[in-house]
Design a protein around this ligand. Structure first.
Ligand SMILES: Nc1ncnc2c1ncn2[C@@H]1O[C@H](COP(=O)(O)OP(=O)(O)O)[C@@H](O)[C@H]1O
Ligand SMILES: [Mg+2]
Length: 317
């Protein structure tokens, strides 16, 4: 992902996304800290980049740090850098994300996972616009805007006192909530077509469309991994599809299995009466734990005709 990303690259025409676009524009006009809240894969980093690129800091650096991917020791090191000899293995002085973001934007992803000690240091760095490198004695001054993202309710963490209240209020100057993909189903075909186009070019294929069935499956799927999951599903389908239309066959298994509750039977049109009857008898027998009297009663036939059908239809009991 390059630094040229703009709001045009955030796809969505749904009501909740229109609200997001409005908030991005407002956030870009200010220099306040912004907290972006949304489930994983909803586009939090994309939004952070869009805010940076629309702000007066656009010519400055955009430095993302995923706090959730680092151990507490590494977080301080990554954010503030270290002096030579600060710890075993610190052979050279290194600058951290705060220094690299000077004049630009620092994006702290998964801020909710930050340990208490680093929270204190971060708050001080934000308030003083200055910090020490790990093992350092010189105060380093920077001019950085902080954007952060979280997929959990930080207010609950503040209540439980695992997240500092003062830091929370410093970070939530502006809050942008990203809707899950399930909350904006009308954007699914739009996103799907965009990613199809993207991967079609990338892999030099000749795939032009999705079948109606494939698109229906997309719209009805709950997408727990949100846009990231949709993107991956389409990448895979583009790679696997030999023709120019993506059909359900080229989607992962979770899309093939029609989820049918186990007290229901679903038949395709085109099923023979014999097959339907056989399935119904097998399933009722199973449900009644093999009891033929009970099964016959439910099916509305005599025990004798149940036995006949079991034999005729070659049902194993
Ligand atoms: N509205 C959107 N339009 C286009 N691509 C999107 C959108 N939302 C997310 N994506 C893409 O989905 C993936 C996950 O987005 P990301 O910003 O990393 O999510 P998060 O940080 O919330 O986990 C990225 O490849 C991103 O480009
Ligand atoms: Mg992310």
């Amino acid at each position: 992902m390059g630094g040229t990303l703009s709001m045009k690259e955030i796809i969505g025409k749904s009501e909740p996304m229109m609200e997001v676009f409005k908030m991005i524009r407002l956030a870009a006009e200010t220099d306040l800290s912004v907290m972006i809240i949304g489930e994983s894969g909803t586009g939090k980093e994309l939004v952070a980049r869009a805010i940076h690129n629309a702000s007066i800091r656009r010519k400055g650096p955009f430095i993302p740090v995923n706090i959730g991917a680092l151990t507490p020791d590494l977080v301080s090191n990554e954010l503030f850098g270290h002096e030579r000899g600060a710890f075993t293995g610190a052979h050279a002085q290194t600058s951290g994300a705060f220094e690299r973001a000077d004049g630009g934007t620092l994006f702290l992803d998964e801020i909710g996972t930050m340990d208490q000690k680093t929270q204190v240091t971060l708050l001080r760095a934000i308030e003083d616009k200055a910090f020490y490198r790990v093992g350092g004695k010189d105060l380093i001054h920077v001019e950085v805007r902080i954007l952060c993202a979280t997929n959990e309710d930080l207010q609950a963490a503040v209540q439980k006192e695992t997240f500092r209240k003062d830091l929370y209020f410093r970070l939530e100057g502006f809050i942008i909530r990203l809707p899950s993909l399930q909350e904006r189903k009308e954007d699914i075909p739009l996103l799907a077509r965009e990613f199809l186009h993207e991967y079609n070019e990338k892999y030099k294929k000749n795939i032009t469309e999705f079948s109606t069935e494939a698109l229906d499956l997309f719209v009805n799927y709950p997408w727990p991994g949100n846009v990231r999951e949709l993107k991956n599903v389409i990448q895979r389908a583009v790679l696997l599809t030999p023709r120019n239309v993506i059909i359900p066959e080229y989607l992962p298994r979770r899309f093939q299995q029609k989820s049918v509750p186990n007290n229901k039977i679903v038949f395709d049109v085109g099923t023979s009466l014999g097959d339907a009857e056989k399935t119904l008898i097998i399933r009722t027998l199973k449900d009644r734990k093999g009891n033929k009297t009970a099964t016959a009663k439910i099916l509305g036939i005599s025990r004798r005709s149940l036995y006949n059908k079991i034999q005729q239809l070659n049902i194993k009991v």
